[in-house]
Design a protein around this ligand. Sequence first.
Ligand SMILES: Cc1cc2nc3c(=O)[nH]c(=O)nc-3n(C[C@H](O)[C@H](O)[C@H](O)COP(=O)(O)OP(=O)(O)OC[C@H]3O[C@@H](n4cnc5c(N)ncnc54)[C@H](O)[C@@H]3O)c2cc1C
Length: 321
Amino acid sequence: MKVLVIAEHDGKSLRAASLSCLTFAQQVAQATEGTVSWLVLGSQATGVAAEAAKFAPVLLVESSRLARPMADSCAAAIANVAKNHNVNLIAAASTSFSKDVLPRAAALLGGAMASDIVRHEVTAEGLLFDSPQYAGAVTATVQLLGSPQVVSVRSSAYPAATPAAAPFGIEAIAMEDATLASRCEFVELKTKQNSRPDVTEARIVVSGGRALRNSADFEGLVGKLADVMGGAAGSSRALVDAGIAPNELQVGQTGKIVAPELYVALGISGAVQHLAGMKNSRTIVAINSDPDAPIFDVADLGLVGDVYEVVPQLIERLQSR
Ligand SMILES: Cc1cc2nc3c(=O)[nH]c(=O)nc-3n(C[C@H](O)[C@H](O)[C@H](O)COP(=O)(O)OP(=O)(O)OC[C@H]3O[C@@H](n4cnc5c(N)ncnc54)[C@H](O)[C@@H]3O)c2cc1C
């Protein structure tokens, strides 16, 4: 199969989630005796293309119309490349960007799409994909009957690809402005400066729940523990709804899906909607004052205690190391 992986980036570097998607693509290509290429879209994206080329060959489309990730322009570029290169499978990491872009590309190509893939299988009949439904309560196995096949891949399900011994080539593809016309106009990007890693990409995530009474406590306990461990801060929805933690930190069914090496849940009960976002973490540590809290059912290590007493001691111990 000819597999095209959409490289997600911020203009400077690749997102880690795209490297997990590349692993998925490499596995499919290997099992089907096919090939894998990145597709890098941007306006001045040669730096990103060079980084991507450490892992796989790159197709690069540069245009001022791709300076911002406007969904219709990106989808048009993907469809154009996929058509001209006879691509069989288009894959991108399961992110807000791909949710916006991939279905449009699939529609332009008349292809078939599956989202949030967590496992695949190459069979004599074709590719089968596992896709969690209903907040992970059930898993659907689907086969895509249209062509090309288009999938978004959960980065937590595949390890990050590793660089090859020598870089691959970069092929620049010229594309006319008319192909990339957008019916949306970019107005403004509002972004918050965050010194901590993104919750979806961190190796360690420390999350807080309703036990935290206000934003200062959240920052002083959850944020500080995340900092001393070099991790990201996360949150349950209860704290986001209460305005104590920012929206982008929410982990769960309606928040971010994470699968770090270590997930520390502070004062989180373990509602099914929260578990949907973190239960695939490699090691789960829970601190909760209620010994019957459901979070302990999924935790590898549990401590029954008050986060206001335990966490400052934990921070002190870690800092003194
Ligand atoms: C459609 C839908 C989507 C949802 N999506 C999400 C989602 O994406 N993410 C999400 O998180 N939730 C989501 N929810 C909400 C979810 O059902 C729960 O309400 C929420 O996860 C509860 O958050 P919590 O564990 O912080 O709070 P609670 O359930 O109130 O739990 C607080 C926990 O803190 C413990 N505690 C209290 N004080 C202390 C202390 N001092 N020290 C130690 N422990 C203490 C308590 O024992 C308790 O277990 C969703 C709900 C719906 C209906």
